[in-house]
Design a protein around this ligand. Structure first.
Ligand SMILES: [Fe+2]
Ligand SMILES: [Fe+2]
Length: 349
C-alpha cells in the first residue's frame, strides 16, 4: 500500500540534480540527471499523484480525461508562422511568445485560491486524497512552477528564454502586458449550482478552468517546438525547442493533480449550504462543459481574430504585402469546434 498523505515540504521538494537548468543565462527550476531534464518539485509530488490515482483505480472511479480532438489548433499554424519569420515579419510572433510568458507568470495566482473547509462541502472523508492536499502543497508547487520562486526562474522565464534563443533577443513590443490586462476584464462567473457554498463552487470552477487551459496548452507546446526548432527560422533551434520541451514536461503534474482531485470530487456527494445533496459528477461535469463551450468556441475565435489583425498590420509593412497575405491564407487550416453534446469525458482506468 502506498502512502496517501504528504507534508507540504514533501510536495515542494525536488530531486537532486547533477546540473541545474540555466535558461539563456537565467538560473531556472529543474535540472538534469544523467543528461536528462527532470522537473522541479517532483520528489514527493510525483509518487503522491501516482498513489492518489492508483487509489481511484482500485475503487474503480473513472479518471477525467479531455480528448485531444477538443483542443483548438494554434493560429497562426507553424507553417504560417515560419513563413512570416522567413519574410522578416517578426512582431506578431514575438508578441505571442511574450504573451505566453506573461500568462505563465499569472499562474502564480493559484496560490491565492481559497480552499473552504471541505468537510462542510463534501459528504465523504477526504483524508489521503489529492483534494486534501490542494491548499497543503499542490497549489503552491503549481504557482512556483509557473512563475518561478525566489531567485529561481519558472515557466515565465523559460518562455522568455525560448523566445530570445530562437529569435536572437528580439525587441519586445511595449504594450503586450497592457493589451493582455485590458482584454482580461471578465464580469465574474455566474453561479451554476447556487445550493453550494460560493467559495466551494469558485474553487471547483477555477480548478476546471485551469485544467482545461493546461490540457489545451499542449497544442501551443507542439506548435512552439516545431516553430522554434525550425533551423530555417530559429537562431538556436535545438536549445529553443528543448526549452519548450522542458516546460511541457513540467506541465504534466499540473494536469494530473487537477484531474485527480476533480475525479475524486466527481465520485463524492456534495453538500449544499442548506444540507441538500448533489452528485459530484453532476457538478464537475456541468462546470467542465461550461468551460469547454467557451474555450473550444468563443475564445479561440476571438484569439484568432485578434492575431489575424496583428498579422495583417505587420504584413502591411512588407514590400510585397498582398502576395504574402495570400500565401498565408493558402496555408490556413480551418477548424470547426467539436460538438460537445453527449461527450464522455471520464474513463475507467
Ligand atoms: Fe506552465
Ligand atoms: Fe501549468
Amino acid at each position: 500500500m502506498h502512502r496517501m498523505t504528504y507534508s507540504q515540504e514533501e510536495l515542494l521538494s525536488s530531486i537532486a540534480y547533477d546540473e541545474p537548468l540555466i535558461a539563456n543565462g537565467v538560473r531556472c527550476h529543474g535540472g538534469f540527471v544523467g543528461g536528462r531534464y527532470r522537473s522541479p518539485r517532483a520528489a514527493g509530488r510525483g509518487p503522491a499523484i501516482a498513489a492518489w490515482q492508483a487509489q481511484l483505480g482500485a475503487r474503480r472511479v473513472p479518471l477525467l480525461e479531455i480528448p485531444p480532438e477538443l483542443v483548438p489548433p494554434h493560429y497562426p499554424n507553424a507553417s504560417q508562422a515560419a513563413l512570416l519569420l522567413r519574410e522578416g515579419v517578426r512582431e506578431p510572433l514575438v508578441r505571442t511568445l511574450t504573451t505566453i510568458a506573461i500568462i505563465e507568470g499569472f499562474g502564480a495566482m493559484i496560490r491565492d485560491q481559497r480552499v473552504p473547509d471541505l468537510s462542510r462541502c463534501v459528504r465523504e472523508e477526504l483524508d489521503g486524497t489529492a483534494c486534501a492536499h490542494l491548499a497543503a502543497g499542490l497549489f503552491e508547487a503549481h504557482a512556483r512552477d509557473e512563475a518561478g520562486h525566489r531567485s529561481e526562474g519558472g515557466h515565465k522565464q523559460m518562455w522568455e528564454a525560448a523566445r530570445d534563443l530562437a529569435l536572437d533577443n528580439p525587441p519586445v513590443p511595449g504594450d503586450v502586458l497592457m493589451r493582455l490586462m485590458t482584454g482580461r476584464r471578465s464580469g465574474g462567473r455566474q453561479r451554476l449550482f447556487a445550493e453550494l457554498d460560493g467559495g466551494f463552487e469558485e474553487l471547483l470552477s477555477v480548478m476546471v478552468n485551469v485544467l482545461v487551459i493546461e490540457v489545451f496548452a499542449a497544442d501551443t507546446f507542439r506548435w512552439a517546438e516545431t516553430l522554434l526548432g525550425n533551423a530555417e527560422v530559429s537562431t538556436k533551434p535545438r536549445e529553443a525547442a528543448a526549452m519548450v520541451g522542458y516546460i511541457r514536461t513540467d506541465e504534466t503534474p499540473h494536469v494530473e493533480y487537477l484531474r485527480t482531485a476533480l475525479s475524486e470530487l466527481r465520485a463524492c456527494t456534495l453538500v449544499g449550504v442548506d444540507g441538500s445533496e448533489l452528485r459530484g459528477a453532476e457538478v464537475v461535469d456541468g462546470l467542465l462543459m461550461r468551460t469547454l463551450r467557451v474555450l473550444t468556441n468563443q475564445r479561440p475565435r476571438l484569439q484568432r481574430e485578434e492575431t489575424r489583425a496583428d498579422i495583417a498590420a505587420a504584413v502591411a509593412g512588407h514590400r510585397d504585402a498582398g502576395a504574402l497575405q495570400k500565401r498565408l491564407e493558402a496555408l490556413d487550416e480551418p477548424w470547426t469546434p467539436p460538438d460537445l453534446e453527449g461527450r464522455v469525458l471520464c474513463f475507467a482506468q
